[in-house]
Design a protein around this ligand. Structure first.
Ligand code: FEO
Ligand code: CA
Ligand code: CA
Length: 688
């Protein structure tokens, strides 16, 4: 590690923190979104109190679990058939482990259950091609980074290749953002600082990496030089498809046709489709631009004053005030689709799925075979969406079938969620205390924005609805939620789970008050919503909902664990979700250091039976890191859990690193290893 004195950091060091998070996370990940006013200032009447209709609803609903509809759930729905949760070849079995105790927030270790161990599968800077240079943080270059694993991994899937007896897989990983302060040696040289920006751009995007292992139950290693290895970054060419492709709102001086976009960025979470591609959400893209102060740009939180990474000094398109570049901001905020099995394929931006700060997109099939994608807009007081494809998925694994299915997300209906509570509003007092019926629950509807190829939003064309989806949803009275993160259907039951991570402005003067779906004032700890589509059909336009968890320290008032009264692990700021082969819910957290004084975690939550709501902590990530991308493989061997460890030690600096993950001198010693700084990594946790 260098001993050079601290001179000028690649970005200003930050000392203030507002809300739950590290100030560095606020600045670099979200562009200080929480320090500004929430951009949704619309006055839509967004939450309909249907207490008077409670009797009607009660006839429709029944059973335990709140969201249970009178119609029996159907695990044999088409969605259940296409992709086996838990992967592998054996029966559904789940994982047995002794929950770990919560870990204090200053501990720089990956903590796993007794009898389990872990190892990194791939780390920031690991070379993907044979020609790529070895990781050398003191002499990094754009050229090197474009051939190496990117930074701050988020969404993750490990897709086993059929017919390889569990010996081959492809890992697909998002790289959401960069922590310049700990990535680069300080410098005062203008050329060096410009090169840092180019390296950071190359460290954004996605990676596809081939994995091999000797057999089921054994640890995976990545294959350097595989022809499947691929970096997708801000210089990768994307095709635009869907109704807004080619529209003037997407044209710039570098793309007169509005059909080709260079790059993807701020890829947060995602989802793997039944046809084997991966969807990735472009989330906090706004903070990378400077643009004119228009109502549309304001609604998307795009700054009109210079700051942040100032990438426009190396790529003019990030200054959308310049003539001809005004629409550059409209070219990000989409769901992108990547085919990991075809390294030569052109990835696609799907305009039919709308433009907002997509956390992720996860698919379930409707009863009639249409593809339904759920997606959340991660902003305080923003919305939950679903897209329903026009065409049906083609069965089979032929190339022809896959080619057909890769067009499914090009055309369809786009909806936004409106929730109604069944308890009197006076009983939702903002403390988290349950209303007299014992549940935060109710019904809801999917309100169309685009349907049958037509705009359902008065005064907006289809293209305008898709490019300015937030403004369209404002006009139809969508429900303002507490920051929707991952939204994912359970492959076993079909129920949909949404992580509402937190919203410290809820109920604060000048902001919307509580409602039954967002029932806590200054909601610092977040909650988890369970949604059951009518007839358990993902294509339905009505649903029932209930809050599964109201997060926090279980000994605190105003928390709720599905009605379970036994011991549970504390949980706060739910973010990414996943399921194992039994349908149990796994929740990764982002923010526990600020709310609970604990390292962020991965928890398993039981969803059925008498232990519904039981939360058990499986692991804790190192100091100042966030848990991302959980993947649970429990069908073969003794099982593995994979996580993407994002922004370890991010409050440090080049000269004062706070984490040495994952290359500790020896596991568990908490001491620096070969390089004296952290490397965001994908980790496999498996039995010792
Ligand atoms: Fe990138 Fe919404 O977390
Ligand atoms: Ca209720
Ligand atoms: Ca996230």
């Amino acid at each position: 590690m260098t001993t050079m004195p601290e001179r000028r950091a690649a970005l200003p060091l930050l000392s203030h923190a507002r809300g739950k998070r590290s100030a560095v996370t606020c600045e670099l990940k979200c562009g200080n979104a929480c320090a500004d006013d929430a951009p949704n200032t619309s006055e839509n009447e967004y939450f309909r109190d249907l207490a008077s209709r409670a009797f009607t609803r009660r006839r429709m609903l029944g059973g335990v679990g709140g969201g249970a509809l009178a119609v029996a759930l159907s695990p044999a729905s088409p969605a259940a058939a296409h992709r086996r949760p838990g992967h592998g070849h054996g029966p559904a079995r789940g994982l047995s482990f002794q929950p770990i105790a919560p870990v204090a927030a200053d501990v720089d270790a990956l903590t796993v259950p007794r009898g389990w161990t872990w190892r990194p599968v791939i780390r920031w800077g690991d070379p993907l091609s044979t020609r790529a240079p070895e990781f050398d943080p003191e002499h990094q270059s754009e050229r090197a980074q474009m051939q190496q694993f990117g930074y701050n991994c988020d969404y993750l899937d490990i897709i086993e290749t059929p017919g390889t007896h569990g010996r081959r897989a492809l890992a697909v990983v998002n790289h959401e953002y960069t922590n310049e302060n700990i990535m680069f040696p300080p410098s005062e040289d203008a050329d060096t600082l410009e090169e840092y920006k180019r390296i950071a751009m190359a460290a954004h995007g996605l990676s596809v990496v081939e994995l091999r292992r000797s057999g089921p139950g054994r640890p995976w290693s990545y294959v350097r030089g595989s022809r499947y290895n691929r970096r997708i970054h801000l210089k990768t060419r994307f095709a635009v498809d869907g109704p807004a492709a080619g529209h003037p709102l997407l044209r710039t001086r570098e793309d007169h046709l509005g059909r080709t976009i260079l790059g993807t960025q701020n890829n947060c979470s995602g989802g793997t489709t039944p046809w084997g591609t991966v969807l990735s959400g472009e989330e906090n893209f706004n903070q990378y631009f400077v643009a004119d102060d228009t109502p549309e740009n304001r609604r998307y939180g795009i700054p009109s004053t210079e700051g942040g990474r100032a990438w426009w000094t190396v790529e003019p398109r990030f200054d959308a005030r310049r003539p001809g570049y005004e629409n550059e901001v409209n070219r990000f905020g989409w769901v992108v689709e990547v085919d990991p099995e075809d390294p030569d394929s052109t990835p696609v931006k799907h305009t039919a799925m709308g433009r907002f700060k997509h956390e992720s997109a996860n698919i379930r099939l409707a009863r009639d075979g249409r593809a339904v994608a759920y997606s959340g807009d991660d902003e305080r007081f923003d919305y939950l969406y679903k897209f329903v494809s026009t065409r049906r998925m083609v069965r089979g694994s032929s190339r022809w079938a896959k080619a057909q299915n890769k067009r499914l997300l090009s055309s369809g209906d786009l909806y936004v969620a409106r929730f109604s509570g069944d308890s009197p509003p006076a009983e939702i007092d903002g403390t988290g205390a349950l209303p007299s019926d014992g549940r935060f629950d109710g019904t809801g509807e999917w309100v169309p924005l685009v349907e049958d190829g037509c705009s359902r939003v008065p005064g907006m064309s289809v293209a305008e609805v898709l490019v300015f989806t937030r403004l369209a949803a404002d006009r139809v009275g969508a429900t303002k939620m507490d920051r929707p993160e991952d939204v994912q259907p359970n492959p076993v039951t079909g129920r949909v789970y949404a992580a509402l991570t937190n919203n410290t402005n809820r109920g604060v003067a000048g902001y919307p008050g509580v409602d039954e779906a967002n029932p806590r004032v200054t909601n610092r700890e977040g909650h988890v919503l369970e949604l059951t589509e009518y007839h358990n059909d993902a294509g339905a336009t009505r649903f029932a909902w209930t809050l599964l968890l109201v997060c926090g320290d279980p000994s605190s008032a105003g928390t709720y664990f599905g009605g379970y009264e036994g011991p549970v692990s504390p949980i706060s700021c739910p973010d990414n979700v996943a399921f194992d082969s039994t349908g149990a819910l796994w929740i990764a957290t982002d923010g526990q250091p600020g709310t609970l004084g604990l390292d962020d975690a991965l928890h398993r939550v039981t969803l059925t039976g008498r232990e519904r709501g039981k939360v058990e902590q499986f692991l804790a990530v190192p100091r100042e890191a966030e848990t991302c991308g959980p993947v649970v493989h429990d069908r073969d061997g003794s099982g593995s859990v994979f996580v993407a460890v994002q922004h370890p030690g991010e409050d440090g600096s080049w000269a004062d690193q706070h984490s040495f993950f994952p290359d500790y001198a020896a596991p568990g010693t908490l001491s620096r290893g070969r390089w004296g700084g952290p490397r965001p990594s994908v980790v496999q946790v498996y039995r010792r």
